[in-house]
Design a protein around this ligand. Structure first.
Ligand code: NOJ
Ligand code: CA
Length: 578
């Protein structure tokens, strides 16, 4: 039997006509999950050691952050070999063992693939640097400057510098959407498309179940590279010329024809700056591009659009508007993935919740929220414990991630701004908040490592850790397990319509999830104060207190089923309606 069929066989129990909709995904940020050999860096054998923990969560898929060989300036989003496991993370044998162990437990393995750019240390780029005649030159995007010593246009990268870097040797500039050490591949070159399809094929042939496709909607650029008038914007200006660009659908369709359609594959496209019609084009099944687009908007709710390092307050009405768009207005057959936290954002219990006075309760409320929305949920490691932001970071030395360091460097060292102000911003929003090591227990290394961890461990490991929560039936962890089970057992929570109610309420977020067979009502208090709620009479008529599947406070059930109650901060109720 071919490997392809083997894989299909072992995953049979998970295969349904709509498996991409039914998945519940657990994001493992490998570097911070579990270190098996004491070097302070999480690794594949570390994941193997925790395989039963993962299975007990009930998730149906694991998405691994990038594990390919890389100089790690962007922790694996800067690849030098698309077919090699980074030695820090283990060997190909470790990978095969992990894949098998997950499959034995009916869990898919989704790899991160980074098709838009390589590391500048990748052999292709090193060849390309040899000059315009090198066969690899056209793997990347090169242009002459404007003749006055300036780059070809005025776009900025997502790190806030010019999106072009001069190669002194040839006098030409190359294009980089992200850092200068992450040169963009030229997807208009058929050889690049073939290389990337072959790399994906390599992993699928091993039995891997799919990909989170990094920055899936930026592969095709407007190659005339016009200047942008979006100059107020500090990071990623000009992006409307390359997000959802001229050939993007053609290239994704080509990948699907060449690769995805040949395997029982699950594909999640990471994409920002998408509107309804874009997502419909990417995900309508008959168009054969991707299974879903990961919806980023909710996790950016606190970002100032002109400068992502400046925060703005968030409002529940804004969150509701975002969800209405993606869960209700999107075409029925199109599909999104949803997350509250991932490795690129702050931890949402610290932002949408209250990690000071109501940490446990707000983490639970967010668990209920994530697991009852329409869209494939993605859960970041540690979210199931209610892990928080790293409030203990206090110097720039605590920060390891490149975006924050680049911002600090530009503002303080190049532009001479006040270091305290910039540090405050960076400490608030950096991506390391979600990358601190997993808190397995309250030992010195949090059960993550016996060595010196690559990133500092949150001292709140003594209150927040998996060992403690394991046997507490009321822990955040056990609520996640129950919510995941509930979602898996009741298709209406996955496939049902999403109908918001009480839309104008400032604190209460309530909605119905319905199919012909089942109806669910979810009522959440998104506020740190007790809040009065009055349910609409038609909903009340269908409600009985006996039908609460999951609730934070049974003493309120009678009042709620009569239609009106005062809900405690971050209260949550999931009712099955008659
Ligand atoms: C999105 C990834 O999630 C992020 O971590 C990375 O830095 C950029 N894409 C660039 O690859
Ligand atoms: Ca290790």
């Amino acid at each position: 039997m071919s490997k392809q069929l083997d894989a299909a066989q072992s995953m049979k129990q998970l295969q349904t006509d709509m498996h991409w909709k039914e998945n519940i995904v657990y994001e493992i940020y490998v570097r911070s999950f579990n270190d098996s050999n004491g070097d302070g860096i999480g690794d594949l054998r570390g994941i193997l050691e925790k395989i039963d923990y993962i299975a007990d969560l009930g998730v149906t898929a694991v998405w691994l952050s990038p594990i390919f060989d890389s100089p790690n300036r962007d922790y694996g989003y800067d690849v030098i070999d698309y077919r090699k496991v980074h030695p820090e993370y283990g060997t190909m044998e470790d990978f095969d063992e992990l894949l098998q162990a997950l499959h034995d437990r009916g869990i898919r393995l989704v790899m991160e693939i980074v098709p838009n750019h390589t590391s500048s240390d990748h052999p292709w780029f090193q060849e390309a640097l040899k000059g315009p005649d090198n066969p690899y030159r056209d793997y990347y995007i090169w242009r002459a400057g404007d003749g006055n010593g300036n780059p070809p246009n005025n776009w900025t990268s997502f790190l806030g510098d010019s999106a072009w870097k001069l190669d002194e040797e040839s006098g030409e500039y190359y294009f980089h959407t992200y850092a200068a050490h992450q040169p963009d591949l030229n997807w208009d070159n058929p050889k690049v498309r073939e290389e990337m399809a072959n790399a994906m094929d390599f992993w699928l042939e091993k039995g891997t179940d799919g990909f989170r496709v990094d920055t899936a909607n930026v592969l095709s650029k407007d190659m005339s590279f016009p200047d942008t008038d979006d100059t107020e914007r500090l990071q990623g200006s000009g992006e409307h010329f390359y997000k959802n660009g001229p050939h993007i659908h053609e290239y994704l369709r080509e990948l699907n024809d060449r690769v995805f359609s040949r395997y029982p594959v699950f594909t999640m496209g990471e994409s920002s700056q998408v509107e309804l019609e874009d997502v419909e084009k990417y995900t309508l099944p008959e168009r054969r591009e991707l299974d879903l687009i990961l919806m980023i908007e909710a996790s950016k709710i606190c970002d100032d659009p002109q400068d992502m390092w400046q925060s703005k307050p968030w409002k529940l009405s804004h969150l509701k508007d975002i969800m209405r768009k993606w869960l209700k207005d999107l075409h029925d057959e199109a599909w999104i993935g949803l997350y509250l936290s991932n490795h690129d954002h702050v931890r949402m219990v610290s932002y949408l919740g209250d990690d000071v006075n109501h940490r446990e309760q707000s983490a639970k409320m967010l668990a209920v929220f994530l697991m009852t929305l329409r869209g494939t949920p993605n859960l970041l490691q540690g979210e199931e414990l209610g892990m928080t932001n790293a409030h203990f970071f206090n110097t720039i030395e605590d920060i390891k991630e490149q975006q924050a360091l680049a911002y600090y460097n530009q503002r303080v060292n190049e532009q001479g701004e006040d270091p305290e102000t910039i540090l405050r911003r960076v400490l608030k929003k950096n991506r390391d908040h979600s990358r601190t090591p997993m808190q397995w227990n309250d030992e010195a290394g949090a059960g993550f490592t016996t060595g010196k961890p690559w990133q500092r461990i949150n001292p709140n490991k003594s209150e927040i850790n998996a060992a403690e929560q394991e046997n507490d039936p009321h822990s955040v962890l056990n609520l996640y397990r129950r919510m995941i089970r509930l979602r898996r057992d009741h298709p209406a929570l996955t496939l049902g319509t999403y109908e918001p109610i009480l839309d104008d309420h400032e604190h209460i977020y309530a909605y119905l999830r319905e199919t012909d067979e089942e109806s669910w009502l979810i009522v959440l208090n998104f506020s740190r104060t007790a809040t009065q709620v009055e349910l609409p009479s038609d909903v009340r008529a269908r409600l009985s207190d006996a039908d609460c599947a999951i609730c934070s406070d049974e003493s309120k059930l009678k009042d709620l089923s009569r239609g009106s109650a005062e809900l405690a901060p971050y209260a949550y109720f999931v009712f099955k309606l008659g």
